[in-house]
Every structure is written in structure tokens, then in C-alpha cells.
Design a protein around this ligand. Structure first.
Ligand SMILES: [Fe+2]
Length: 367
């Protein structure tokens, strides 16, 4: 990649083709104290209020910098590397982390160990990379006093509050407003599919766990749906096209949102799964379409519930698990409360928290 000049035109050459850079694009990026606040890196002028008929009067390149004089009297020096970086036109931090598919054979995934300096450490950077690869991560030794989960979440980014509160206590109780607060087996599901937007990351922190059952279960929605795409493209198509209604009601709120069970991005690639068969309602469609939908959903459900796709483990006190609620399904096995206490705390954060922290740590450690 190279920046070249042709008279007063600035040309971007990627080795295969050449493209003139719009003068106004460069004018928006002028550097220097008058135009850019040093601390915030925010503009001190408003390009949206400017006339875009800007042209370059003079341009030179020296020592990796482009020096430009514009016709409106403004001149600036712009770092060429910075321009080239923008031409890659994609997120170079998050999207470049390739997801690793996993199933029940997943072994030896690295756990992390918490201490006071952990959040700002190189280990935290590695943890976040692992989180984006696998869709979950476990941290040992996280203090359990005084709802520490909130401290933890807020030191990565910000807690995403919901109608369950800033955090929630997962204990069995009488008259629960969600089956999570019982001793029942919970089949694999994603949380809050009825919310817009769906919380991105769930954090679960084990405070006490004295029972033999109550194992945590995880399934990789990415692996399952990618396999379904290969093995049964028709089922995959149906589930990625039909939008269903997810609904939650209690005495204070009625939440509703519509989505496909397999939600794809603009390139028809995996973006998000939602699965919570206790609260999904497909609309009335032609009978033959619903036939296809019900068969496809059964197939997906069988895959999500298959032992082959599930990992199962016991969370010990002080273990904290972070999972991608847009990718990984979670559940638990049933337990007997007479055996002892089982007490977990949970909360949500969004992707801006982990993405922001990861970009910050990359900058800090020049990775
Ligand atoms: Fe859940």
C-alpha cells in the first residue's frame, strides 16, 4: 500500500489499483492544535457544515508525512500510515479474531487467575482474545464479597442494567418470575431474546456451590449452526429467514422482540443466535411453511441438546464465567437443594465494554 502524488491529486495505490483520495476526505482529517483537540482527539471544527467543494493547492510527501495546502487557506501535515490504516476499511481488532468452533471434545481451555492488577494487565488482553475465540472464558479466584461482580463488570466497561436489576441472584425461590430461580434442569438457551438489543455478554459468578448437581452446561451456537448449514441447508435457510416473536411478561413489564433463530449479517455470515423455546412464538404462516419451520427448529433443538455439542462442568466458589450471549447457549443440570447451598450472581455487559477494553490494552501494550 502506498500513497502517491499526481500533480495535486493524492493517490492511494494498493498494488493492484490506484484510486484518487477525495480532497474533502483529507480536509476532514487535518491535524494540528487548531483543528484537533490533543486530549480527546476530537475535531475542533465541523466538516458537516463546510462546503465540500474543497481542492488541494499544493501537496508534497516527505518522511512518511503528507503536507497539504487546501484552497480555503488551511494547511496540514498528515501521517501517511494513518491514512493507509483507514484504507483497510475494517475493524482490525475484533473481526480479525477468528472464532474457533468447539463441541464436547473441547479440552484444556485456559482459565485465568484474578488478582487486583488483573484488569489492566497483559493477561486481561489474552483473556479477551480467548473470549472472542471461544465465546466464553472462566476466571478463578474472583472475590465474592459485597456483590463484587458489579466491580468486576464495571472495571471492564459498564453493567447493562435490565428489569432483573443491576445484577441478579440465581438461587431457587418460591414464586419465581423465571425458571432460572428454581432447582430444575435448564436446557441450553440464550438469555433475554425478547430484549432489544439483547444483552451481549452474561457474567455468572459462583458464590457458593455445595450441591452435587447444578452443573453448568455450554453449547457453541456458532459450531452448531455452521454444521447445520453444511448438513441441512434447507433447515438452515428456514431458520435464518423466519422471524419469530420472543416475549417476556411479569407484573411490571411486557417485553417483545422479533428475530430469526439464526441471525445472519449483511454477508450472510453468522451474527447471532437466539434460542429460548419457553418464550418463542412463530407467526401464523402457510401450513407448508410452518411444517418446514417446525422440522427445522426440532433439528436445531436436537443439536443444541445433543451431548456431542455440550460441555459440562461445575463452577466452584470464586469462579466467574463470561459468555457471549449472542453465540453461546448456557444451561444447568438439576440439583437437590437439600444437599446444600447453590448461589450464583449474574449480570450483563455489552460488546462495547469488551471491545473498548481490548482496544485500550492493545494500545497500552503496543500489541
Ligand atoms: Fe439463562
Amino acid at each position: 500500500m502506498k500513497i502517491e502524488l499526481n500533480e495535486n491529486k493524492v493517490i492511494f495505490n494498493n498494488g493492484r489499483s490506484k484510486q484518487e483520495i477525495h480532497p474533502f476526505w483529507l480536509r476532514e482529517r487535518v491535524d494540528g492544535e487548531e483543528y484537533l483537540d490533543k486530549g480527546t482527539q476530537q475535531r475542533l471544527f465541523d466538516p458537516s457544515a463546510m462546503n465540500s467543494e474543497v481542492f488541494i493547492k499544493k501537496a508534497t510527501i516527505s518522511n512518511g508525512f503528507l503536507e497539504i495546502n487546501f484552497n480555503d487557506g488551511v494547511s496540514s501535515t498528515i501521517n501517511i500510515d494513518k491514512i493507509a490504516l483507514e484504507f483497510s476499511n475494517k475493524d482490525t481488532v475484533i473481526k480479525s479474531i477468528e472464532k474457533i468452533k468447539w463441541d464436547s471434545s473441547l479440552k484444556n481451555i485456559k482459565n485465568y487467575n484474578y488478582d487486583e492488577s488483573f484488569i489492566e494487565s497483559r493477561e486481561m488482553h489474552d483473556l479477551l482474545i480467548s473470549f472472542y475465540k471461544y465465546g466464553f472464558v472462566i476466571i478463578k479466584n474472583v472475590p465474592t464479597e459485597n456483590n463484587y461482580i458489579i466491580n468486576f463488570a464495571n472495571s471492564i466497561g459498564s453493567v447493562r442494567r435490565t428489569n432483573f436489576g443491576e445484577y441478579f441472584n440465581v438461587k431457587s425461590k418460591s414464586n419465581p418470575n423465571d425458571l432460572a430461580y428454581t432447582t430444575l434442569h435448564l436446557s441450553p438457551h440464550t438469555d433475554n431474546p425478547y430484549r432489544n438489543p439483547v444483552p451481549c455478554i452474561q457474567i455468572l459468578h459462583c458464590i457458593e456451590n455445595e450441591v452435587k448437581g447444578g452443573l453448568s452446561t455450554l453449547v457453541d451456537g456458532y459450531t452448531v449452526t455452521e454444521n447445520l448449514k453444511k448438513e441441512d441447508p434447507e433447515a438452515y435457510r428456514v431458520l435464518s429467514e423466519i422471524k419469530v416473536r420472543f416475549k417476556f411478561t411479569d407484573k411490571n413489564v411486557v417485553l417483545e422482540d422479533w428475530s430469526e433463530l439464526i441471525h445472519l449479517d449483511e454477508n450472510k455470515e453468522f451474527k447471532q443466535v437466539r434460542f429460548s423455546p419457553r418464550l418463542d412464538y412463530v407467526p401464523i404462516l402457510e401450513k407448508n411453511k410452518l411444517d418446514l419451520y417446525y422440522k427445522a427448529r426440532k433439528k436445531l433443538s436436537d443439536l443444541y441438546n445433543s451431548e456431542k455439542n455440550r460441555i459440562e462442568f461445575k463452577l466452584e466458589p470464586k469462579d466467574l464465567m463470561m459468555m457471549d450471549n449472542h453465540r453461546v447457549l448456557h444451561g444447568r443440570t438439576k440439583f437437590n437443594p437439600k444437599e446444600g447451598k447453590r448461589f450464583l450472581q449474574g449480570c450483563y455487559i455489552d460488546f462495547d465494554s469488551t471491545e473498548g477494553k481490548l482496544r485500550h490494552l492493545k494500545r497500552k501494550f503496543a500489541i
